[in-house]
Design a protein around this ligand. Structure first.
Ligand SMILES: [Zn+2]
Length: 360
């Protein structure tokens, strides 16, 4: 049986281990010990990604996945429990993203073993550096994976949320090269890179483009002094869509806006466009979706099948032929000091996961 006390204890223990992206060695070692104690066959790669396998006699391998890193640089996280909800002390994130997912997987496996419940062979994959462009999942040697389907526990919302599609994302990095000149004595000899960048950004479609496409310019840096016509501006932005054709159109429009503005002023543009990750989409009647929805219903929960505005490790696994739905763990206000998770939701997520696994 899923034990609330044990689950909360595990979660609080994990939260207390500092694990900003890129600094996962301590938590990876801790998790290796935990999964080994549960009888798992554990392997870690040089990036500290962790795979723990629990072989069984029946059925195909099922992947259960979460990420062990936490967003940003916050360390020394001190969880506080108030009225059945776990918060940080208000100075840091909580790290429920995604330690709630890790804790749910640990408790589910412990509960399965304890009650000797039948389950398919389980392949637990806990990635590193998810919060920095899904880096850990990208670096993981996916040819090692035995599962072809599974669940990533890394979404918010009520328990019963099943995310079945997420966008592709393009990252844009632009350098505008103008020409330096004294702003007072010879401005006509300069090319103002800030002006070029401004006109380009003002001209391009940004924000919500349509129900499945968004775009943003998030960073702009440039200029040295008010009396110098600036010759260099650095800009970073992104575009996302669940439709790859729309994404290509949007990214091209952003690039064209920079080219047009540069041409008008005789500036140069260095433009780098990178596909950060690719879209994934599961049909509503896909076995992993149907199994999760049926399990939710059996527990009296309402299955909510929906799309997400952001990528997750599921996008990366899908590229390698491992089809995963993303499940809510109950995490809320993630990536902020107001991050929180209700204990009832943590328990609900673990119960749902166990119900899915037992019936898979
Ligand atoms: Zn996450």
């Amino acid at each position: 049986m899923i034990s609330e006390t044990r689950l909360v204890e595990t979660f609080l223990d994990l939260v207390a281990i500092d694990s900003p992206s890129g600094h996962e060695e301590p938590i990876s070692k801790n998790l290796a010990r935990r999964f080994t104690e549960l009888g798992g066959e554990v392997e870690q790669d040089e990036h500290w990604n962790l795979i723990a396998r629990f072989p069984a006699d029946r059925g195909d391998w099922l992947m259960l996945s979460a990420h062990m890193d936490t967003v940003g640089l916050d360390t020394g996280i001190k969880p506080v429990i108030r009225d059945g909800v776990i918060y940080s002390d208000g100075t840091t994130i909580l790290g429920g993203d995604d330690k709630s997912g890790v804790a749910a997987i640990l408790e589910t496996i412990r509960s399965l073993r304890e009650a000797d419940l039948p389950h398919p062979p389980l392949e637990v994959v806990i990635s590193v550096s998810e919060e920095v462009g899904l880096r850990g999942a990208k670096l993981l040697d996916k040819s090692k994976l035995r599962a072809r389907r599974g669940y990533v526990l890394d979404a918010g919302g009520p328990i019963g949320v099943i995310v079945t599609n997420a966008p592709s994302q393009d990252s844009l990095e632009i350098k505008v090269h103008g020409k330096k000149a004294h702003a007072g004595s010879e401005p006509e000899n300069g090319i103002n890179a800030i002006r070029v960048a401004s006109e380009a950004i003002a001209a391009m479609p940004l924000g919500r483009i349509d129900f499945e496409t968004t775009a943003n310019i998030g960073i702009i840096q440039g200029g040295v002094a008010t009396n110098i016509v600036p010759d260099e501006v650095y800009i970073k932005g992104e575009a996302r869509s669940r439709d790859n054709l729309k994404l290509a159109t949007q990214t091209a429009a952003m690039a064209a806006a920079f080219q047009d503005a540069a041409e008008r002023y005789g500036a140069h543009i260095d433009l780098k466009i990178k596909r950060a990750y690719s879209t994934f989409k599961l049909a509503d009647d896909h076995p992993v979706v149907a199994a999760a929805a049926a399990a939710a219903q059996r527990l009296g929960l309402t299955p909510i099948i929906k799309g997400s505005g952001g990528g997750s490790d599921a996008n990366i696994y899908a590229e390698s032929g491992v089809e995963c739905a993303v499940l809510s763990t109950g995490m809320a206000n993630v990536h902020t000091p107001q991050e929180q998770i209700a204990i009832a939701d943590m328990v609900g997520a673990a119960r749902l996961l166990q119900e899915i696994v037992v019936e898979s």
